[in-house]
Design a protein around this ligand. Structure first.
Ligand code: SF4
Ligand code: SF4
Length: 156
């Protein structure tokens, strides 16, 4: 699954002040059949978390390329998923922190937030106790988001 989504199928009608909160019940259904690309920050954080050099991280856990992505196992599950759940939860990529939120950057850098359809087996619960920005804070997403903004500004 890509971080950026086609706006055709989704209404990107949320902003940072919109009421939004989501309680994930950690069923891990959304950790299958995903295509998760990592940027430089996500690779550096993951390498630090796993205490292995980036070269080893890429060799063992990523599909190399201009935009390296997480490997999946034969059953389609993320390489970092096991029976106990996500093995890299504190260093998980931004897209995993955002789910089920989607984000589009407009030509002018404007951010458009929307809700993606959740996995049919998702047990998560939507509530409206936070703002979207507070939700991002609670997920530790802000530094990753700021890095994405920088990449966008550089035209990457
Ligand atoms: S990194 Fe963790 S949360 Fe993200 S898909 Fe893999 S197992 Fe799931
Ligand atoms: S499918 Fe829903 S409840 Fe399950 S881990 Fe993903 S977000 Fe959480």
């Amino acid at each position: 699954m890509s971080f950026f989504h086609s706006s055709d199928s989704l209404a990107f009608n949320l902003n940072l002040h919109s009421p939004f909160d989501f309680i994930c019940l950690k069923c891990c259904s959304c950790c299958y059949q995903r295509h998760i690309e990592l940027n430089e920050l996500e690779i550096a954080r993951l390498s630090q978390f796993l205490e292995i050099p980036e070269s080893e991280l890429i060799k063992k856990f990523l599909i190399p390329g201009q935009k390296p992505s997480l490997r999946t196992k034969e059953d389609g599950s993320c390489i970092f998923l096991n029976q106990a759940g996500c093995q890299i939860h504190p260093a998980r990529p931004l897209v995993c922190r955002l789910y089920p939120l989607g984000l589009l950057f407009g030509q002018d850098g404007e951010e458009k937030w929307g809700l993606m359809p959740t996995h049919p087996d998702c047990l998560g619960i939507f509530v409206q106790e936070k703002t979207l920005e507070e939700y991002l804070l609670s997920q530790g997403a802000i530094p990753y988001l700021q890095f994405e903004r920088q990449l966008r500004n550089k035209g990457k």
